[in-house]
Design a protein around this ligand. Structure first.
Ligand code: ADP
Ligand code: MG
Length: 448
């Protein structure tokens, strides 16, 4: 059994990556393993919450793969008793296996492709780009904090890292290079928890409060994480008071992050908030051309147009699509053409035979009513947002196989009764107004 336990650990590390493994599984212990259950001891309840949310499924899968049959996974706290049904347990009180050298290095690194030079500016991102430039030119002096937000794949991380890279070559008034930390909010939290666990809070604080510039990616992750928010607040305040630059990104505006502590919200809002919009066709084409150029790849106009018009907003998808087409073209030993582009992207774009997704509905409805998808998912009940949300929920019920609770979940975790209410309300409106009914039908025709 210890061997199989080592196998579980190794496989798990491979599955989730050495960084996550180190952060989350290394501080855990196997408490007990029976024929039906597996108890893993975790250091504290915050830790447990995280593990339950993020790793139960993966751990279950890996355990089933290695042991040949599934176990029910529980995370227990030190000193917490395990049910008496574990009398027949096969105890293996052994820490998760050491991973050796492939365990993650310290700070996350910047991606060298993410620079201002490679960032294509269009009307959708002009403002955010200008703000990022200003911060890179005069850190701590122009906009502090700079808060960049927008949907997935719209270039938030790219811009933030471009700032980081630009700052890396600058020297502080003391004459040495600027000290910079780039970190995701998620990692900030796990480092903090580990610091508490290992009683290294002091080191943690020193580390994040003695820098010249702090870049924190995906701050929406702090939603509902009160202890992390608290710690982050102190880090933030300390840096801010020392006039150090802070840059934050998020998938939504500060006011939309439910349970964001008021102190933090008002701090975020006192700097500059810039949003990244979905790219228009021209920007998408320009990004594709720039990327093809950088890779010395041939990209005929009709292929570029095909990709740009099929990929709606996500620039990462745009790039993925181009990569696949280029890969297939080289496999075939020819330059890409429209026919090949269609083949390379088959099954990627939703076509008529593929079921509609709740996400596609949200994107369409958000675009039509000129709100953001995150607004649709937020808790804001202003009519400008709540009406489109109800329409989107109605369409989700009509056009997909999702249940009410599932739909609620996709809308930022709303209760299923909210979804039922929305569907009924929109049905009632549709039966009252022909015009509205026609509009709903048009939506159903156009969403795919
Ligand atoms: P986000 O953090 O907003 O989810 P990313 O910054 O990771 O998005 O961007 C996704 C991908 O799209 C990255 O590979 C990035 O380089 C690229 N990208 C986004 N915006 C642009 C742009 N304006 N010009 C060039 N590439 C872009
Ligand atoms: Mg990002």
């Amino acid at each position: 059994m210890p061997d199989s336990w080592t196998s579980v650990s190794k496989r798990l590390a491979r599955r989730i990556g050495p960084k996550s493994y180190r952060d989350w599984f290394e501080p855990t212990k196997l408490r007990s393993l029976t024929e039906s259950e597996l108890h893993v001891e975790v250091p504290n309840s915050l830790f447990r919450e995280w593990m339950e949310r993020h790793y139960t499924g993966t751990l279950e899968e890996v355990v089933a793969e290695v042991l040949g049959s599934p176990r029910r996974i529980s995370f227990v706290l030190p000193g917490e008793g395990v049910e008496p049904s574990e009398a027949r347990e096969v105890p293996q009180p052994e820490a998760f296996a050491e991973l050796g050298d492939d365990v993650a290095p310290e700070m996350p690194k910047l991606d060298e492709r993410y620079t201002f030079e490679t960032f294509v500016v269009g009307s959708c991102n002009q403002f955010a780009h200008a703000a990022a430039r200003a911060v890179a030119d005069a850190p701590g002096k122009s906009y502090n904090p700079l808060y960049l937000y927008g949907g997935v794949g719209l270039g938030k991380t790219h811009l933030m890292q471009a700032i980081g890279r630009a700052l890396m070559s600058r020297r502080s008034p003391r004459g040495d290079y600027l000290r910079m930390a780039y970190i995701s909010a998620e990692r900030f939290m796990c480092e903090m928890i580990n610091a508490i666990r290992w009683k290294r809070q002091h080191d943690f604080r020193v580390r994040y409060r003695n820098i010249d510039c702090l870049l924190v990616d995906d701050i929406q992750f702090l939603e509902g994480k009160e202890a992390t928010q608290e710690e982050f607040f102190h880090t933030f305040r300390s840096l801010y008071e020392d006039r150090k630059q802070i840059v934050l990104t998020s998938d939504c505006a500060p006011r939309e992050i439910a349970t964001l502590e008021e102190r933090l919200r008002s701090r975020f809002e006192c700097g500059l908030i810039a949003d990244l919009q979905a790219p228009d066709l021209e920007t998408k084409l320009a990004i594709l051309r720039r990327k093809a150029e950088m890779e010395n790849a041939v990209l005929p106009d009709d292929v570029a147009l095909f990709i740009a018009s099929r990929v709606r907003t996500n620039i990462r998808e745009l790039e993925g699509c181009l990569n696949r087409i280029e890969a297939l073209a080289s496999l075939r030993g020819r330059d890409p053409d429209l026919e090949l582009a269609k083949e390379a992207t088959r099954g990627i774009f939703p076509d008529d035979s593929k079921p509609v997704t709740v996400e596609a509905i949200q994107r369409y409805v958000a675009h039509y009513y000129n709100v953001t998808v995150s607004e649709l998912k937020a808790k804001n009940n202003a009519r400008a947002v709540s009406f489109p949300r109800q329409v989107a929920m109605y369409l989700a019920k009509k056009m997909t196989k999702s249940s009410y609770p599932e739909i609620g979940k996709r809308f930022g975790g709303k209760h299923h009764s909210t979804v039922i209410h929305s569907v009924n309300k929109i049905s009632a409106e549709a039966s009252k107004s022909d015009e509205f009914n026609v509009l709903l039908n048009r939506f159903m025709d156009e969403i795919h």
